[in-house]
Design a protein around this ligand. Structure first.
Ligand SMILES: *Cc1c(COP(=O)(O)O)cnc(C)c1O
Length: 232
């Protein structure tokens, strides 16, 4: 188990470097988040020992359990659907929340950030495909949503995030990634006070190379590193 995680990690980092090179981007400007949901602190430590510092979790409970027992220089990225009543548990543990999918959630993040006296960097989740099972703002709602969220104290809007549909052929997701890039550029051009359109978070294990070529700044890679998750 352990040996295979280390091997998967080095192979992934090689493929990641290759994808950056092919896209004409420096591996320093694109950040790979190792998505460790469902995997133990011991598994995470293996990857940390290889130099990885960005990890992603999608459940408040897991982040609460893992953050205190792992090295303090890990940057934890919260990437999953976040219930409002869980914000208080992660507000001082996450380095960034990628999945702000409603104004109500943003209000709660703002409230908790003020209570803890922190400023939380957030990305706004976009649901371009209009998939019913996925959260996020539709493209038409984005401008209004950004303006309302950016006006809240205690959070810093730093970009957009999307979860693409799973396509057997990752090339099939390229048009959606391209649309996200265009949307990020449009959003930057709106010059909404408090909005800094720095980051685009998109791409997962099977399609991150395409996402990097289309402008991803964060890719979220789980199973390629840790193996398949066992859902119970
Ligand atoms: C689990 C998850 C990932 C990683 O998915 P893999 O296919 O295992 O790389 C990325 N983003 C989000 C939001 C996730 O929940």
């Amino acid at each position: 188990m352990t040996a295979s995680i280390e091997k998967n990690y080095s192979q992934t980092m090689e493929a990641f470097a290759e994808a950056c090179k092919k896209a004409g981007r420096s591996p320093q400007e694109v950040k790979l988040i190792a998505v460790s949901k469902f995997f133990s602190a011991a598994d995470i430590q293996q990857v940390y020992d290889r130099g990885q510092r960005f990890f992603g979790e999608n459940r408040a409970q897991e982040l609460m359990e893992k953050q205190p027992v792992l090295p303090k220089d890990i940057q934890w990225h919260f990437i999953g659907r976040l219930q409002r009543n869980k914000v208080k548990y992660i507000i001082d543990k996450a380095a960034m929340i990628h999945s702000v999918d409603s104004l109500e959630l943003a209000r709660e993040i703002s409230r908790q950030a003020l209570l803890k006296n922190v400023e939380m960097p957030v990305l706004i989740q976009v649901n371009l495909g209009g998939e019913e099972t996925k959260a996020g703002f539709a493209a038409e709602e984005l401008r209004e949503g950004l303006a309302a969220i950016a006006a809240l104290p205690g959070l810093a809007v730093q970009g957009l995030m999307t979860i693409g549909p799973y396509m057997a052929d990752p090339e099939a997701t390229r048009p959606l990634f391209r649309q996200m890039r265009a949307l990020k550029e449009a959003a930057a051009s709106w010059t909404i006070p408090g909005v800094d359109m720095r980051y685009l978070s998109m791409g997962m294990s099977h399609d991150y190379a395409v996402a990097i070529a289309e402008g991803a700044d964060f890719v979220r890679v789980g199973s390629a590193i840790f193996g398949n998750r066992v859902y119970e």
